[in-house]
Design a protein around this ligand. Structure first.
Ligand SMILES: [Mg+2]
Length: 191
């Protein structure tokens, strides 16, 4: 984990994207050694995970207002936010760009959880939009910028719900590896 000492009073745990990339590269080689998975597949995967976040936010919002329906808890949200960050790096990896990091906007917030979900969906949609029309070309600088905005939105939602993203990402990465029988893991800290 890293902190940001250049932001006095705002130091917080941040995701170590180079470590996440190293784990994603290793797991890709283990899981898909023929590189069947392409950029379109990865963008679809990211959109799917963002949808899972939106579904959890809907359930949390519903409970907040006392409406009937199935429930979710903060750990469910942490898992799905982690999936989004992991997939952001997989999109970047597949496009051949460096780990994207995030824009740091400590003051950003949303008034409602559903607004946060829509914010995430909008930004993930801007990533998928780069596929059309693509002519086989990916505008990598624009892709990196849009992926950073996705991570920024995830960080905002995590802060609103007091979720420790580095821990959530490591837990989810490792549980996914375990579930599908892969040996690649992501360390919890850089200590
Ligand atoms: Mg998921």
């Amino acid at each position: 984990m890293q902190t940001q000492p250049h932001l006095p009073g705002l130091a917080r745990k941040t995701v170590n994207f180079p470590s996440l990339r190293a784990a994603n590269v290793a797991r890709q080689q283990e899981w898909d050694p023929s590189n069947v998975v392409d950029f379109s597949w990865r963008c679809n995967e990211l959109a799917g995970e963002a949808g899972e976040v939106c579904n959890i936010l809907k359930k949390l919002h519903r409970e907040k207002h006392g409406l009937p329906g199935s429930r979710a808890v903060k750990d469910d949200l942490a898992e799905e936010l982690a999936d989004v960050v992991i997939c952001v790096d997989l999109v970047a990896m597949t496009a051949g760009i460096d780990p994207v990091g995030e824009h740091v906007t400590p003051q950003a917030t949303y008034s409602e959880l559903t607004d946060a979900g829509n914010g995430l969906a909008a930004r993930v949609g801007m990533v998928s939009a780069l596929l059309f029309p693509n002519n086989g070309q990916i505008d990598r600088p624009i892709l990196a910028e849009r992926l950073r905005l996705v991570v920024q939105t995830v960080s905002t939602i995590a802060r609103m719900q007091d979720i420790d993203m580095p821990t959530a990402i490591a837990m989810k990465f490792n549980s996914t590896s375990h579930r599908v029988g892969l040996s690649t893991t992501l360390r919890y800290t850089d200590d």
